[in-house]
Design a protein around this ligand. Structure first.
Ligand code: ADP
Ligand code: NI
Length: 215
């Protein structure tokens, strides 16, 4: 295995994500990598698996690749094999990439490997709080969605089809996903870090509605 594996991965990921939407760019990866390392300090885990998975988890997001769910796995496997990483480590990293997503949360096994729990918490933490708000509005703008519509009240846990035909507004994404993440944290440190970020989103929404309604 290359002694500069993590550095090489950083270079590879930076190059691959050049020009992608700002919420899923290298800086998102860098934040998730940093948060993952922070959470990992409190857990007994394989740090190398954590770091590789954090760095590679959004290498080819299906959202930006015609829904292709296998591309990220293929790209990651080829890269890691090129770095002579062991099959055992590659399999663990790919398992995390495959199962980290919020969308796939119902299909994963009941007990998750600790490395997956850590990177998933880090990815979810970057989806909430001030950064989460910024990413969400950036993504909504990228998709040309409405920020909010007063006649389309937010609805919790609606199906994807309902979401598309009803209110694909950015504010609705808070109710569809962001406000649910706090209770989906795996690790104790993830839970702790999520609290402040969650409360900030509630404060933001409250202020948003007050300004919208010119109260
Ligand atoms: P996951 O990979 O966990 O399913 P996504 O990549 O879909 O998560 O979402 C990551 C971030 O992208 C969200 O937290 C949000 O900031 C943004 N995002 C995704 N879907 C939407 C949407 N419909 N409206 C606004 N932002 C979105
Ligand atoms: Ni991500």
């Amino acid at each position: 295995m290359s002694p500069n594996l993590i550095e090489n991965t950083v270079i590879f990921v930076k190059k691959k994500l050049d020009g992608v939407e700002a919420g899923h760019d290298w800086f998102h990866i860098e934040r998730v990598w940093k948060i993952s390392k922070k959470i990992a300090e409190e857990e007994k885990c394989n740090l190398q698996v954590v770091e590789l998975a954090a760095l590679l988890h959004d290498i080819a997001d299906p959202k930006f690749h015609d829904g292709d769910e296998t591309l990220a796995l293929k790209i990651s496997r080829e890269f890691l094999e090129g770095q002579s990483v062991s099959t055992e480590i590659i399999d663990q990293v790919l398992f995390i990439i495959q199962n980290i997503s919020f969308k796939n949360r119902r299909e994963v096994p009941a007990v998750l490997p600790i490395e997956l729990q850590i990177v998933q918490d880090a990815d979810r933490l970057d989806a909430i709080g001030a950064i989460g708000i910024a990413r969400t509005f950036n993504f909504g703008g990228f998709k040309n969605n409405l920020m909010y519509h007063p006649e389309l009240p937010p609805r919790i846990n609606q199906s994807k089809d309902d979401y598309k035909k009803s209110n694909g507004t950015t504010v609705n994404h808070f109710y569809e996903k962001l406000l649910l993440l706090k209770d989906l944290m795996n690790t104790d440190s993830g839970k702790k870090l999520a609290e402040e970020r969650h409360d900030f989103m509630l404060l933001f929404l409250d202020q948003f509605y007050r300004e919208w309604n010119v109260e």
